[in-house]
Design a protein around this ligand. Structure first.
Ligand code: C2E
Ligand code: MG
Ligand code: MG
Length: 959
């Protein structure tokens, strides 16, 4: 900033200097020229005037001398006349007074002949008749007489010797040139000459041999007085003339007095002026340059400093200051500039801090990092001596996590929380302008401010941070007196408060999102994301420690039924209870995850400590299964749930997350297929089975088109062993795999809704076959067709069946639909309604596999069922298991009570048949009578049966 002003660099300085010099010199020059002109004119006029006055003075002197000479001449004439009269000779020659004036005197007689008195006669000029006449009438004659040279010129004066007496003669006198042309008053440098106005003859000239040109003579004779200029020997002259009217006093020519002098003399003053003027101008210019450069330097140096300061600010250097000590507006400007840069600096600092905080917010760091940044950065930009930030519990008003940073110290965390008074909390809530300003002696916030441990006079700015309308945090800025709270600090603190609010709600939101993204809201267990993450870590750790780990893939058995029968709330409760049970069965270091629905995963790590990991894992699985056997209360009812567990081990079964999960899943399916409520370890074959299923599903899609599906019929017989009906059972004759059981492909078809197409096809085939039997005179027989739950819930089920019946022209009374319990539960009302619609078509409805599901006996009476079909699992254990026998008895009694037909399926032995008969079961189906057989074989069976009983075919049993 110490740079001096350089005129070579500063255009403004040069321009101002130039303007100053120009502004000063132009008037000086104009003034000089004007005054030069003026002076010249004045001098010219004065000179001419002086010359003219000189001429006039001279002329008057000349006239007075002529008059004086005339008087003297008259006096002489008087004397002459007196002496003549007395006849005394007069001795005028000796008269001094005459000699002083005249060089000669002569008396002319009346005839004009001279009688010289004191002069040679020859020198006496001859008078003309007119002159004589004029003299004789009393006039005084003035007569110039030219000589050889100018100095020889003479002037004669003549009068009557005696007045009124012409005969007395004429007195003439030659005027003494020295006296006459007395030029003492004339500047000897001047030219002076007297000339006769009539003849333009020069009578006298101050300079000898002076001979003005005829033009000049003519020029001066034109007027009575005037001025003129002329050239003499190449030199300019000024002149003036005055015509002396001699003719009015005397008889003689007027005399012109001319005076002239060289301009060089007249304008000596101007020459002097011209000599002095340029140096004066130069001096003035130098003074102007000097003074203006001083002035410019005085005013432009601060400007230059301000300019440099501004450039530095523009270059981003906000630290620069401009110091000007001129006690004028420039100093004020510099002060304003410095204040402006200070504010800018402060604003930039604030913005930088805010940007940093924003970065923290955006990068979703926790609120603590944001508060640390604030504690470190804010004091310097808000000019406070203390800053504290506390978290506030909005419910209790307790401010804890109080962090304080005092000027010159590091941030510290206060150990004790502070309970804010209700009044303080209310003040902070109701305050309008974003911040509370508290003076030292203020009662407000006193408990809080007290713990900050400051002494002396302070002022505080307290900014509450509200998140979702509740007080969440408190920012307090302290200023030690006499410092005031700067307004920009207030705004920045409020602004910062807003950011903290955003950060806190952001952090809370992030936390929520994290919870949401990573934890299951129902059970509170971690979810799939965490599983992948943690399992990855566990695998890495196990690999490092050369250890094993196990993954349990668990699916609650028949959970859907709980949901459907008891509602979703009960289902949710069961899931929560199951989650709790799982957690209780494993170590704290193990991970229990809910994948979704009724699927759970348990990761058991650190198996290296076990001597036999497989045994340990089995024990854990047993523990889980055993724990689940303890009844839990769901929807007010005691209930037990079972699960199927698939187990995969690292590294034996898979060495990465997806494969471990996939293999555990496959093992779980295996466990399900093995009767549920158990666990199975993964084996490579399971995977092959899963792959096979996928392949099978693909092939099933084209099976109908390729005529690979067939319908087999299994007879239903009465007490007498007569065939009274049959169940249509689908078969898939695979080109490579041979006959595939429906138990294998129907579940696949159910997963893809391919089942609807298959069921439609089976129904149509069955209808056609029933018609064909009747056409052959066999029957009437009632043939049952299986409907899956997916089929039953199809919105157009009733219409579709009606369409098939009408299309094939089949009597619906020969068709029975076998439903499973799962169709009858869920929306029981809709189910009953649908069953009524089916019944309305004329169809018979039976409940297949009765006793295995969750169906409550209490609503069984609501269902419009015709037949109860006792599940073969009860029949199978009828001989060995008393409880199965009890269930069969109960079912048969119930059906009897409800007026339903009964049929037992899976009857394989005569003993089973006997027992069923003892319990009054109506009909029987099973290998004991026949396996499911192709349609033609079934016709043979029918025919054999008819033959056995004669020509009559059995009537359809109605009991
Ligand atoms: P389901 O309806 O309970 O059919 C009876 C099953 O028991 C049949 O097996 C039948 O062959 C078998 N079975 C009959 N008597 C005996 C016996 O004495 N001992 C033993 N161990 N089994 C016996 P299948 O044909 O393999 O059918 C299995 C299941 O597949 C059926 O159970 C039924 O739920 C389903 N299914 C079969 N065909 C169809 C169909 O066309 N549509 C639908 N939706 N499901 C079908
Ligand atoms: Mg069936
Ligand atoms: Mg069955």
């Amino acid at each position: 900033m110490e740079r001096k002003l350089s005129f070579s660099h500063s255009k403004v300085a040069r321009r101002i200097l130039f303007s100053f010099v120009l502004a000063a010199l132009i008037p000086i020059a104009i003034l000089g020229v004007l005054s030069f002109q003026q002076v010249k004119q004045q001098l010219q006029a004065q000179t001419a005037k002086a010359l003219q006055r000189g001429c006039k003075d001279y002329a008057y002197g000349l006239v007075s001398r002529l008059l004086f000479a005339e008087n003297s001449l008259r006096l002489a004439a008087l004397k002459i006349h007196k002496s003549n009269k007395e006849d005394k000779p007069v001795a005028l020659a000796g008269e001094q007074w005459l000699q002083g004036q005249f060089t000669g005197l002569a008396v002319l007689r009346a005839d004009g002949q001279p009688s010289a008195l004191s002069r040679d006669n020859a020198a006496i000029p001859t008078l003309t008749a007119e002159e004589l006449a004029q003299i004789l009438v009393g006039k005084t004659l003035i007569k110039p007489v030219s000589g050889q040279r100018l100095e020889d010129n003479r002037l004669w004066m003549a009068i009557n010797l005696v007045e009124n007496s012409p005969k007395a003669g004429i007195l003439m006198a030659e005027l003494k040139p020295d006296l006459l042309w007395n030029s003492e008053t004339i500047d000897p440098n001047n030219l002076l000459w007297v000339m006769a106005a009539d003849s333009l003859q020069i009578l006298f000239a101050l300079e000898q041999d002076f001979d003005p040109s005829p033009e000049l003579r003519a020029q001066v004779a034109q007027a009575n007085s005037g001025r003129f200029s002329w050239q003499r020997d190449g030199e300019a002259y000024l002149g003036a003339y005055w015509k002396l009217p001699v003719a009015t006093l005397f008889f003689g020519p007027d005399l012109i007095v001319v005076q002239s002098l060289p301009e060089s003399l007249a304008f000596a003053a101007i020459r002097q002026f011209s000599a002095i003027y340029p140096p004066v101008i130069l001096l003035a210019a130098l003074i102007v340059v000097y003074l203006s450069s001083r002035l410019i330097a005085k005013y432009l140096t601060p400007l230059e400093r301000l300019k440099i300061g501004t450039q530095r600010v523009a270059d981003g250097n906000l630290e620069c200051r401009v110091d000007i000590d001129s006690h004028d507006e420039f100093e004020e400007l510099a002060d304003s500039f410095n204040e402006m840069t200070r504010r800018l600096r402060s604003q930039f600092d604030i913005l930088a801090t805010m940007a940093e905080i924003d970065r923290h917010i955006l990068s979703a760091l926790n609120a603590e990092d944001i508060i640390d940044t604030a504690l470190n950065r804010l004091p310097s930009i808000l000019f406070c001596d203390l800053i504290s930030i506390a978290a506030v519990n909005p419910d209790t008003g307790i401010a804890d996590e109080i962090r304080v940073r005092r000027s010159g110290h590091d941030a510290e965390k206060l150990a004790e929380p502070v309970i804010l008074s209700q009044q303080d909390v209310a003040d902070l809530r109701t305050m309008h302008n974003g911040a509370l300003e508290i003076a030292n002696n203020d009662e407000r916030m006193s408990e809080y401010l007290q713990v900050l441990g400051v002494s002396g006079a302070w002022r505080y700015l307290v900014v509450p941070v509200h998140v979702n309308g509740a007080l969440a945090s408190l920012i307090c800025l302290g200023y030690q007196a006499p410092k005031r709270i700067p307004p920009e600090s207030r705004n920045a603190a409020i602004n910062f408060g807003d950011r903290i609010a955003v950060a806190l709600s952001n952090a809370a939101w992030e936390e929520k999102l994290y919870q949401h993204a990573h934890y299951d809201s129902l059970t509170g267990l971690p979810n799939r994301l965490v599983l992948h993450d943690r399992l990855g870590q566990e695998i890495a750790r196990a690999r490092r420690d050369d250890a094993q780990l196990a993954v349990f893939f668990m699916d609650l058995d028949r959970f859907k039924n709980v949901n459907d029968s008891l509602g979703h709330a009960a289902g949710d409760e069961l899931l929560r209870q199951a989650a709790r049970i799982f957690l209780n069965c494993v170590r704290a270091t193990d991970l229990v995850v809910r994948l979704g629905g009724d699927e759970f995963v348990i990761v058991i790590g650190e198996l290296h400590t076990q001597h036999n990991p497989a045994a340990f894992v089995s024990a854990v699985a047993e523990k889980v299964l055993a724990a689940l056997k303890q009844p839990v209360t769901v929807a007010g009812l005691p209930m037990t749930v079972t699960t199927s567990i698939g187990i995969a081990l690292f590294p034996d079964d898979a060495d990465n997350v997806p494969d471990l999960l996939k293999n555990a899943d496959a093992a779980m399916y295996h466990a399900k297929s093995e009767g549920r409520a158990n666990f199975r370890f993964y084996s490579p074959e399971l995977n092959a089975a899963a792959l096979e299923n996928i392949k099978l599903e693909q092939e099933l899609r084209g099976a109908i088109g390729r005529n690979e599906l067939l319908v087999f019929y299994q007879p239903k017989v009465d007490w007498d062993g007569r065939i009274v009906g049959a169940e249509a059972l689908i078969r898939w004759r695979h080109t490579e795999l041979g006959m595939i059981s429906p138990a294998k492909f129907i579940p696949l078809a159910e997963q893809t809704s391919l089942i609807v197409e298959i069921s439609d096809w089976v129904l149509e085939q069955t209808c056609l076959w029933v018609n064909a039997c009747h056409a052959q005179g066999l029957g009437p027989l009632r043939i049952s067709v299986n409907l899956s739950a997916v089929d039953f819930k199809h919105p157009e089920l009733v219409e579709k069946i009606a369409a098939v019946l009408s299309k094939t022209g089949t009597d619906p009374s020969f068709i029975e639909l076998e439903l499973t319990e799962s169709v009858a539960i869920g929306n029981i009302k809709a189910c009953i309604e649908r069953m009524h619609h089916l019944k309305a078509l004329g169809l018979t409805l039976s409940m297949d596999d009765f006793g295995t599901g969750f169906s409550s006996l209490s609503y069984l009476k609501e269902l419009p069922l015709d037949v109860l079909k006792i599940d073969q699992s009860f029949v199978r254990q009828l001989e060995s298991d008393d409880s199965s026998a009890a269930i069969v008895r109960a079912i048969l009694a119930l059906a009897d009570g409800l007026g339903m037909e009964t049929i037992a399926e899976g009857v394989e032995t005569a003993a089973q048949l006997e027992l069923l008969k003892q319990h009054h079961c109506g009909l029987f189906q099973g290998y004991l009578f026949s396996r499911p057989v192709p349609s033609d074989e079934f016709l043979s069976l029918l025919q054999a049966d008819a033959a056995k009983r004669g020509a009559d075919l059995p009537a359809i049993s109605s009991s």
